[in-house]
Design a protein. Structure first.
Length: 320
């Protein structure tokens, strides 16, 4: 049933950067379940990022801390042959309201256990999907490297305030969004990402080198989460050596800790805000429609720490 993925994966992992499953309950309805997750009062990373971009964006030091949190969660999942399949800012929660709060990965409604080291079912959110996932090929397959691509897209967003493969401006209708999605899919398949226009001249070469590796079109050339964490950009950006989740004093030069160009980043916030609004309308449309299958029902649930219900099956993440 659809609630299975919500419980099977969280029960298989235990890590400070993964939201803890507290309990699974069923109410009087025979098909309605309640998933109780540990409360994360800081909200999701998407909302926090929007607020920060309105004021100028994040520093590389801050981005390095956030990306390392997500990569540590990925490393833990991947060691257990679990692919999250839907890593994006909306599915990453802040454990507190503090600016440097730890991040936790949530929403395992699309997560997959690898079978024979690969998974082949189409999953994810387009702007963060790896090219091997969207290939129009019946033999399509992907593995844990697809999550690394998603984290690369997340890193791109946090550094510059825009999506790496969505080139057009704000969309005002679902029809515009569909056209934009088609073009975005084409850009993902090329694997080409823009890193020349502002604010990229202000961003370190080390960050851009790591991004290009994580966004390599060939998954065989893409580093694993564990390999990403060993990249020297993390030492440069944070001034600390990151190893196994522990942070010690620096052994490398601290990178310049400066905010990004405010006018440039603010101009791109409206694209993310329009995408958020259209995704909200899509979610409302799913919830208003009768469930055609457990898969379609599952796609309507799992919005961070909020409650979503799709008729026959409900699996909200409740505060405790």
């Amino acid at each position: 049933m659809a609630y299975g993925r919500w419980t099977d994966v969280p029960q298989s992992v235990k890590h400070q950067n993964i939201v803890e499953l507290v309990d699974l309950c069923r109410d009087e309805s025979p098909y309605r379940y309640w998933v109780v997750m540990k409360f994360a009062p800081g909200g999701n990373l998407f909302e926090r990022a929007l607020e920060r971009f309105k004021g100028g964006g994040f520093t590389e030091k801050e981005v390095a801390k956030m990306i390392s949190d997500v990569l540590f969660a990925c490393q833990h999942m991947h060691e257990r042959r679990i692919v999250h399949c839907d890593l994006k800012p909306e599915n990453i929660l802040c454990v507190s309201n503090e600016p440097d709060a730890n991040l936790c990965v949530t929403d395992f409604g699309l997560a997959q256990f690898c079978v024979n080291a690969k998974v082949g079912k189409y999953h994810g959110t387009l702007d963060y999907m790896a090219p091997e996932i969207i290939e129009d090929d019946s033999s399509r397959s992907y593995d844990t490297k697809a999550d690394v691509w998603s984290v690369g897209c997340l890193m791109y967003v946090l550094l510059c305030g825009c999506l790496p493969f969505r080139k057009n401006g704000p969309n005002k209708s679902l029809a515009d969004q569909e056209r934009s999605d088609f073009l975005t899919k084409c850009h993902i398949k090329t694997g080409e990402v823009e890193m020349n226009r502002p604010p990229w001249p202000q961003i370190s070469d080390a960050a851009k080198t790591l991004l290009r590796r994580m966004l390599s079109k060939d998954p065989a050339q893409r580093p694993s989460a564990a390999e990403c964490l060993k990249d020297h950009w993390f030492r440069m950006a944070s001034g600390e050596v990151i190893h196994g989740g522990d942070r010690v004093r620096p052994q490398a030069r601290r990178a310049q800790d400066c905010s990004l160009d405010r006018d440039c980043v603010r101009a791109r916030v409206q694209v993310l805000e329009s995408l958020r609004e259209l995704n909200r309308r899509r979610a409302e449309s799913v919830r208003a429609s009768p469930p055609l299958s457990t898969t379609s029902a599952r796609r309507g649930i799992g919005r961070g720490s909020g409650l979503a219900e799709t008729g026959a099956i409900a699996a909200p993440a409740l505060a405790v």
